[in-house]
Design a protein around this ligand. Structure first.
Ligand SMILES: [Zn+2]
Length: 359
């Protein structure tokens, strides 16, 4: 069996080598620079201003990276893996740093141990996940090890504003807490599916008092009892308490149907296992993905979790058009053959990803 490696750190590709060298240099050169100045009493903002002058980049790029590198250095083992592989670019570092803000010092060793391991590849030709998935995984480790973060703050209130455009159209914008937002979105989607309309029309008709169909929201739970909602991801206990659970179900990947349309429980399992689009380098959330038969139903492919995976609309089209092909393994790995003939393997990353059912 060949050694595990990320395609993004392949030594045979000059572009990948250029990227990993650049990523490594940022860690090697920015960290000591930041640390020296902090020891001299400078604030992160004044350090960022100095770096901005030297490298001629905008504050909006430099400041988040300075703050993130301060946070990331709290995980020395993970930092060592990043230095070795050079696979964490500024986007990923910033996403990691944001998650680490406010994490208790006592929890760091355990988080670092697990995260350092997560940052290593487990398969040959493994596609490196994007910043959001990486931060999602770190978020779960934080909830597991930091009781303060696990409890979470009290939910913030929903906010909204209305604006009339110069062309006389109304623009509504809302910001809702994770549980209420997911429920509102599920209701809108159920309405859209029933009436074949878009989100805007569904909102307008529901607000006008039209009856809406019942929507079901699937909530997943880790063995440690941490709740997960597609979209917002892993929830603090304070957020999870606002869920109104009506039915608890253990779902298995072995359910199968002869029909083309998957049953609700198969759909829930695949969404929970995959977490996002399975194409290499795509992280469109399960919320916006479609189920695809890896082996087409017309060619005898089963309607079961062993033959279904999540794809976003764009990558679903690419596969249907034959621009790329994929083999879905029994362990949930997707082995892709891309347009240039290269291969890349993706792993499921949803809350059920680690659950295997070999019975
Ligand atoms: Zn995609």
């Amino acid at each position: 069996m060949s050694t595990a490696f990320f395609t993004a750190t392949s030594q045979d590709c000059l572009l990948a080598e250029n990227e990993t060298t650049h990523n490594r240099r940022i860690l090697e050169r920015w960290c000591p620079f930041i640390n020296e100045r902090r020891a001299a009493g400078m604030t992160p903002t004044s350090i960022a201003k100095e770096i901005k002058q030297r490298v001629s980049k905008s504050m909006s790029k430099v400041k988040p990276l300075v703050n993130a590198l301060i946070e990331f250095q709290r995980l020395p083992k993970s930092l060592a893996v990043a230095m070795e592989l050079g696979h964490l670019d500024p986007d990923r570092i910033v996403a990691i740093g944001n998650k680490l803000r406010g994490v208790a010092d006592e929890a760091l060793d355990a988080i670092d141990e697990d995260f350092a391991q997560y940052l290593r590849p487990t398969l040959a030709d493994e596609a490196l996940v994007l910043a959001r998935s990486m931060a999602d995984h770190l978020g779960k480790l934080i909830l597991e090890h930091d009781p303060g973060k696990r409890e979470g703050p009290k939910a913030s209130e929903s906010k909204g504003k209305v604006h009339v455009d110069p062309d006389q159209r109304f623009r509504f914008s809302f910001s809702l807490p994770p549980v209420e937002g997911a429920a509102a979105y599920a209701n809108l989607q159920a309405f859209c599916n029933k009436h074949g309309c878009g989100i805007g029309e569904a909102f307008q008709r529901i607000v006008a008092g039209e009856k809406r169909p019942k929507a079901v929201l699937n909530v997943y739970a880790s063995p440690e009892g941490i709740a997960y909602l597609p979209g917002p991801g892993w929830l603090s206990d304070a957020d999870a308490r606002r869920l109104h659970l009506t039915k608890k179900q253990v779902i298995s990947e072995l359910i199968t149907t002869l029909k083309y349309q998957p049953r609700k429980d198969i759909r829930a399992f695949v969404k929970g296992r995959d977490g996002s689009c399975r194409f290499p380098g795509c992280d469109v959330d399960a919320l916006h993905c479609q189920l695809d038969h890896a082996v087409p139903h017309a060619k005898g492919g089963a309607t079961s979790a062993r033959n279904l995976h999540l794809l976003c609309q764009h990558h679903h089209n690419m596969k249907t058009n034959g621009e790329v092909s994929v083999v879905l393994g029994p362990d949930g790995t997707d082995t892709w053959t891309l347009a240039d003939g290269s291969t890349a393997v993706t792993l499921p990353s949803g809350p059920l990803a680690e659950i295997t059912d070999d019975s």
